[in-house]
Design a protein around this ligand. Structure first.
Ligand SMILES: C[S@@+](CC[C@H](N)C(=O)[O-])C[C@H]1O[C@@H](n2cnc3c(N)ncnc32)[C@H](O)[C@@H]1O
Length: 420
């Protein structure tokens, strides 16, 4: 795929970051884990993708997230959060607030729905994004910004609702390969041309245990076959002759995301945690045919697999294994309140009724063509959020609770928690 060239200033930043990572690789004996590489390209102070000055979200950035598409997303989330506010404190803790659009929309919608947040706490690792969030909220929710606070550390105890939209996919992952029965960790080294290159090492105990846990169910289904036999057999069935045909299987383990759910889950005293992201259950995630894993890069609205391209200038992300996330929630003593697709969750939270109200109000006014265009845009955004071919099915929603009733609005129909 041909990717658009970056501007000269961006290229300088990217080269500086590449040199720093190369020095790190040399100091570590020629190899670093992919999680270390991903951490640096995303979060290196001043240079990493989320820590640098470039625009990331929206039409001028690299990708568009649900809250950027339409205020309908925040309104649906507000319906769910409102329900939980009846059972806990009216406090929201948002992790990784991006441009601040979801916070602004949620604050406004909660207020309009008669359940204002008393406090809205944001925990954001990127200093440049904190600034952007402050500006967005000041502009879009000026009457509500008084309740917003940015925190540097996780509160010791949380009574309220924790939210994270596309947070877990931005957390570094470890990459593994199973080749001829051997489990190896795939990391990053330098090739003869001085470029980053994949390189493997024998897996350590932590990775081995994590892979066994993540793929355990697949093995349990065929207890007589080793994982490698299972993967080979399935790869042979394929007709496309791709990498899978050799029996080599590569995927990722999101240990950092799981650790995050466990840590934040333990801090949740009474309340809910709702996470929205792209991903699947372990059975789908580690399906033998998905033998190249899920790592991708986003650059100016192109999705591609060259994660070494222009370090710091492109987003690097992995899908989420929601079965592992469910286990992490259970380890923190949380109750699983539901797991479903984004489309099902939005519909349960009233998206279609809100869409009808919004478009008919726009068209009932006397604003002619402008109103028709606005209504068409709103319908188009709803289509992107719901469509199976876009975000509706790939994106999932999972919720945990402590001390809450198991009747969450968003999972009233189509709850798939049994598939995790
Ligand atoms: C893909 S963006 C999503 C932004 C936003 N939630 C949205 O939907 O538009 C990921 C965000 O998570 C932040 N982030 C990543 N790891 C984090 C962590 N451990 N704690 C808080 N924020 C984090 C990033 O800086 C970034 O703002």
């Amino acid at each position: 795929m041909s990717l658009p060239p970056p501007d000269a200033q961006a290229l300088v930043l990217s080269r500086t970051l590449s040199q720093r990572i190369a020095q790190d690789i040399a100091q570590q004996g020629g190899w670093i884990g992919f999680d270390a590489f991903m951490h640096r390209v995303l979060y290196e102070p001043g240079l990493g993708y989320y820590a640098g000055p470039m625009r990331k979200f929206g039409a001028q950035g690299d990708f568009v997230t649900a809250p950027e598409l339409s205020p309908l997303f925040a309104q649906c989330l507000a319906a769910q959060v409102s329900q939980w506010f009846d059972q806990t404190e009216p406090v929201v803790v948002e992790f990784g607030a991006g441009s601040g659009r979801l916070a602004a929309g949620l604050l406004n919608a909660l207020h309009e729905q008669g359940t204002s947040a008393r406090s809205y706490l944001i925990i954001e690792v990127s200093a440049s994004l904190r600034e952007r969030q402050r500006e967005t909220i000041a502009q879009l929710a000026p009457d509500r910004i008084g309740v917003v606070q940015w925190l540097d550390v996780l509160p010791a105890q949380i009574d309220g609702v924790v939210i994270g939209n596309e947070l877990l996919d931005a957390m570094p992952v470890r990459v593994f390969e199973i080749d001829s029965g051997a489990l190896q960790e795939v990391g990053v080294s330098m090739n003869e041309d001085g470029a980053f290159a994949w390189a493997t090492l024998a897996a350590d105990g932590v990775l081995t245990e994590a892979v066994n846990e993540a793929l355990g169910d697949l093995l349990d289904e065929s207890p007589n076959a080793s994982l490698n036999d299972l993967l080979r057999a399935s790869a042979r069935e394929r007709t496309d002759g791709g990498a899978g045909a050799s029996g080599r299987y590569r995927s990722e383990i999101g240990l950092q995301g799981q650790g995050w759910v466990e840590t934040v889950g333990r801090a949740l005293r009474r309340g809910a945690m709702l996470l929205i992201d792209y991903g699947f259950s372990a059975r789908e995630y580690y399906h033998p045919q998905r033998d190249q894993g899920t790592l991708v890069a986003h650059f100016r609205h192109r999705v591609h697999t060259d994660v070494f391209h222009l370090p710091g200038l492109q987003d690097v992300t992995a899908h989420v294994d929601f079965s592992a996330i469910a286990r992490a929630g259970a380890a923190a003593g949380l109750d699983l309140l539901g797991y479903t697709s984004q489309s099902r969750w939005l519909i349960n939270c009233g998206l279609l009724e809100r869409l009808a109200a919004l478009t008919s109000a726009a068209l009932a006014g006397d604003q002619g063509a402008a109103a028709t265009i606005d209504a068409a845009r709103t319908v188009g955004a709803a289509q992107t959020l719901l469509s199976e071919a876009e975000m509706g099915e790939l994106f999932k929603v999972i919720a945990f609770g402590r001390g809450l009733a198991d009747d969450a609005l968003g999972f009233a129909r189509g709850d798939r928690r049994g598939t995790l």
